[in-house]
Design a protein around this ligand. Structure first.
Ligand code: AMP
Length: 658
């Protein structure tokens, strides 16, 4: 396939705000492509050439990309950067300037999708000394045969800023729409209008109605059934007994399934997305899931398998209002310490070990000490287990704040030294795969027994998460208190009968119980301009409290809880916050500004940490906007003392955090 075909799709997607229309554009594109093109396009539509969990990334600094544009177009670096600062989009800059050049030189050879994909892959794999020249060469090679529009998207891809509004959910739905029947129900007027319009022009399609849907159409005269039947194959069937395998268009040939019962419609269409998601949860790469969907249908998706070395999406926890309610919910649950570290998914295949974070980042190289522990302490040929990786103070043996442990993530150098400085302890709590068998359907009590069998504990280093199985609230409360005194976050209450559902919060699975953090009122004292979709607005805000003398003291940077668009009355948008502070700017340096302290925000957060980055001495972890307090002035702001006392109250962790 020519790259221009994908670029045509990119262009349409960029100009199509509707999610449904995006899905239909992508699914039309997919149905016309072959396996290889599908594999590449699905990744490229997400601006990638490797799946999400891969360590390899295309990303090139904007300066490097700008240099390439300059050398390929003969336009000066300065002019390219000027245009960039005006548009905030290097792709547009490339389109404009490369366009000028190509009018004279003209792209001689058509760019194939394969060539673009191949060069992007090589780009992501190129590192070490002299790599910038080699990278520039790979891009220049593409640009020299690219049309202006192609250049725009090549540059946007390498800048990791595609701007076509295709999130993972859109890809999932496009796969559903490409290879599975379109399930529609007539009870929702908006949906009904859309499907009736589609049916009016349907030709040579296979359409299944349930009796009620057919009757409703006929009674309401929404369309002429006679006409429809003349042009298409229409069948009336009881959808309550519908065989799910027939949802696969390729084998059943069914284009539309139309019901008058929204619960049936919902159930059938949810089945399709659930099976697609299931395959994706087990091996998160939509380019492979698409091929399964295309070539094997529902049964192929159902039989998707864990692949050792590739992360599985993790099971998530729900919040419980209290320990009592959590215990009442499950009867006699397992209560485990909720360690405050980072989740690790550990894959073992013989001698090979992989470590993934909850967000599917491969951290194997950063934790050689854990790889060694797994080799020593896990007695299984193949397995996938999960645990919480906790940083430990090498002197006191006590847990250290997550913030210090996180220095070991993303570390490229001095890995060994850091492993000695910040030793870790792994607390394993679940098993998903053992000796070539997936364990998702096994209840937690059985999974925990298997875990006990294969883990040779070394206390303080590689151990099973501490647990107590009880229905007694008093005992549970003592355990919870102990967990907090240990400096941990709280407890996880786990239903012993629950299965492991990758990527989801299972109703009746895990409930977390931890102390509630009180919100803080803080004042905005600075901000950083946003990029990409947030260009033109401030994208994050510097927050300050006051000390006992009334001086402002910084305590965090917040970019969460603020909306791009206003969906609710109570939402605050980036634009609104930007407008509130932009007349208060005192000074500006690069992309950051300082502002007069006028706007007070109520801020929630996950935790307070000690910090040398902010002059209050504290940093809020994951701060998020609750609301703007226009009723308050900077004098009403929370104080460093209050932050300190909240910090002290938090898990009795005074000593370790010094
Ligand atoms: P949260 O991030 O607050 O939703 O809590 C869920 C996280 O707690 C998991 O993703 C784990 O990283 C962490 N965690 C710590 N200890 C445990 C445990 N014993 N069982 C399950 N998750 C745990």
């Amino acid at each position: 396939m020519n790259y221009s075909k994908l670029v045509e799709l990119y262009e349409k997607l960029e100009n199509t705000p509707s999610r449904l229309d995006k899905v239909s554009l992508i699914s039309d594109f997919l149905t016309e492509a072959d396996d290889e093109d599908i594999r590449m396009s699905i990744l490229l539509l997400q601006g990638k050439v490797f799946p999400r969990w891969s360590e390899k990334e295309i990303g090139l600094a904007s300066k490097t990309a700008a240099k390439i544009i300059s050398s390929m177009s003969g336009i000066s670096d300065r002019e390219v950067m000027k245009e960039f600062s005006e548009t905030g989009d290097l792709g547009l800059v490339a389109e404009k300037f490369i366009g000028r050049k190509t009018q004279t030189v003209l792209f001689s050879k058509k760019l194939s999708l394969e060539k673009v994909f191949e060069n992007f892959r090589r780009l992501a794999e190129t590192g070490g000394t002299g790599s910038s020249d080699r990278k520039a060469k790979l891009i220049s090679e593409l640009i020299s045969s690219a049309s202006p529009k192609e250049a725009k998207f090549i540059i946007r891809t390498i800048s990791e800023d595609l701007r076509i509004g295709v999130a993972e959910g859109v890809v999932r739905d496009s796969i559903a729409s490409a290879w599975f029947s379109d399930v529609e129900w007539l009870t929702n007027p908006a949906k009904r209008d859309r499907i009736i319009e589609t049916l009016k022009s349907a030709d040579k399609k296979k359409i299944i109605f349930d009796k009620e849907a057919r009757e409703a159409i006929s009674a309401k005269n929404w369309l002429s059934l006679e006409e429809l039947e003349k042009r298409n194959k229409v069948i009336v069937e009881d959808l309550k007994k519908f065989n799910e395998e027939k949802l696969w268009k390729k084998e059943s040939g069914i284009d539309f399934i139309i019901t008058n019962d929204d619960s049936i419609g919902n159930e059938l269409s949810k089945k399709i997305t659930d099976y697609i998601e299931w395959a994706w949860f087990l091996s998160p790469d939509y380019s492979e899931v698409a091929l399964l969907a295309r070539n094997k249908g529902i049964s192929g998706l159902k039989e998707a398998k864990v692949k050792l070395g590739r992360p599985v999406q993790v099971l998530l926890a729900d919040k419980a209002p209290s320990l009592r309610e959590a215990i009442e919910e499950y009867g006699k649950p397992a209560i485990e310490v909720k360690y405050d570290g980072m989740r690790l998914q550990i894959h073992k295949d013989g001698e090979k070990v992989w470590l993934y974070t909850r967000r599917m980042e491969n951290v194997t190289k950063m934790f050689p000490d854990i790889v060694e522990m797994v080799e020593k302490h896990v007695k299984a040929k193949t397995c996938v287990i999960e645990g919480e990786n906790l940083g430990i103070d090498s002197k006191s043996g006590k847990p250290i704040p997550f913030q210090r442990l996180s220095q070991r993530i993303h570390r490229k150098y001095d890995i060994q030294r850091l492993a000695e400085e910040i030793p870790v302890q792994v607390n394993v709590f679940d098993i998903l795969y053992l000796d070539d068998e997936m364990l998702f359907d096994k209840p937690f009590r059985e999974r925990r027994n298997l875990l006990v069998k294969i883990v040779r504990e070394e206390k303080g280093k590689f151990q099973l998460a501490e647990e107590l199985v009880t229905e007694n609230l008093e005992e549970a409360q003592k355990f919870y208190q102990k967990a907090l005194e240990m400096g941990q976050e709280g407890v996880m209450v786990k239903n012993l009968d629950a299965v492991y559902q990758p990527g989801k919060r299972v109703a009746g699975g895990w409930l977390k119980v931890k102390p509630i953090m009180e919100t803080l009122d803080l004042v905005i004292t600075g901000a950083v301009w946003g990029t990409g979709k947030r260009a033109g607005w401030f994208g994050s805000f510097l927050l300050s409290c006051v000390d006992s003398e009334g001086n402002l003291k910084e305590c965090g940077m917040m970019g969460t809880g603020i909306k791009e668009k206003k969906a609710n009355k109570n939402d605050f948008t980036f634009k609104e916050l930007t407008d509130m502070i932009k007349d208060d700017i005192i000074s500006e340096k690069e992309n950051a500004v300082s502002v007069k302290p006028n706007v007070i925000l109520e801020v929630a957060y996950e935790e307070i940490q000690k910090s040398t980055n902010y002059d209050s001495g504290y940093a809020l972890r994951f701060p998020r906007l609750v609301r703007v307090r226009s009723d308050r002035s900077p004098d009403d702001c929370d104080t460093t003392e209050r932050i300190k006392s909240l910090f002290d109250a938090q898990r009795g962790r005074k000593e370790e955090a010094k």
